[in-house]
Design a protein around this ligand. Structure first.
Ligand SMILES: Nc1nc2c([nH]c(=O)n2[C@H]2C[C@H](O)[C@@H](COP(=O)(O)OP(=O)(O)OP(=O)(O)O)O2)c(=O)[nH]1
Length: 137
């Protein structure tokens, strides 16, 4: 076991009509170029659900409501030890207008297409779960 500090990450798995909000990590961040759900480090004392919603607002400009914790994953990367909480979230204003909105580089991806994307290693189990739950009619 390493003694590295563990960072707590809130991730917003935003679902609308079996599609999920996905972006690409920017060039300056760890895991640059990988796909990602909106998310980031929890502030001190901030619940991961609130963190997921805040990061989604900051990164994609979309207001969401956390519904429930789908999965929690511990992962050790070269750059960090992480505890990730993946929160199922729903858009606060759900309508088909959502598909027309510019979401700062985030796009709505059908569940069946998620396995074709390059997510970080910590996302394997959540992608598998989403495909099982949302890819079949
Ligand atoms: N946002 C997000 N991060 C993920 C996912 N999967 C995964 O392993 N990660 C990792 C990448 C990062 O190491 C960490 C998120 O931290 P971050 O560096 O993006 O967080 P932040 O925006 O608060 O960071 P900072 O640059 O402000 O310090 O979680 C995912 O699906 N979404």
């Amino acid at each position: 076991m390493s003694n590295r500090k563990v960072s707590h990450i809130g991730v917003a798995v935003v679902e609308y009509q079996r599609r999920f909000l996905v972006g690409i990590r920017n060039g300056d961040s760890p895991l640059a170029g990988y796909h990602e759900f909106p998310g980031g480090k929890c502030h001190t004392g901030e619940p991961s659900s609130a963190c997921a919603a805040r990061e989604c607002r900051e990164e994609a400009g979309l207001e969401v409501i956390p519904v429930h914790n789908l999965l929690s994953v511990q992962h050790s990367y070269d750059h960090a030890e992480l505890d990730l909480d993946f929160w199922l979230c729903r858009p606060a204003d759900a309508s088909d207008e959502l598909f027309k909105q510019t979401l700062h580089g985030f796009h709505w991806i059908p569940a069946a297409e998620l396995p074709e994307l390059s997510f970080p290693a910590a996302n394997s189990a959540i992608v598998e779960l989403l495909v099982k739950q949302y890819a079949s009619e």
